[in-house]
Design a binder for this molecule. Structure first.
Ligand SMILES: [Cu+2]
Length: 110
């Protein structure tokens, strides 16, 4: 017996593949408190989301040294970034350049 995928089945299969990829993606939370990123170093995978939670009463940013991203972190708010490519990115806060962190992004999970 030959399995044939009908045209109607293709979108369903694609949706299933996307659902699996999303199920494997993780959200990595970084606390922003007392002018520090904690943890300062995280490892993630392509497809994961970084979520910064700013517990300070002043705004910060998560700004990549290589200009890959520049995320505003208003006081008391969270902000998210979806990781789209592998590599190590160092970032800092534009308002407080002593605040630094590193995200090591590995290839997507399989
Ligand atoms: Cu700051």
């Amino acid at each position: 017996m030959v399995f044939r995928m009908t045209a109607a089945a293709i979108p369903i299969a694609a949706a299933a593949i996307i659902a699996i990829a999303q199920a494997r993606a993780e959200t990595i939370r970084i606390e922003v408190k007392s002018l520090t990123f904690s943890p300062a170093q995280v490892t993630a995978h392509v497809g994961d989301t970084i979520e910064w939670a700013n517990a300070d009463f002043i705004p910060h940013t998560a700004t990549a040294k290589n200009h890959d991203f520049d995320v505003q972190l208003p006081a008391g708010k969270t902000a998210k970034l979806n990781l789209k490519k592998a590599g190590t990115v160092e970032y800092f806060c534009r308002f407080h350049p002593n605040m630094t962190g590193t995200i090591t992004v590995e290839e997507a999970r399989r």
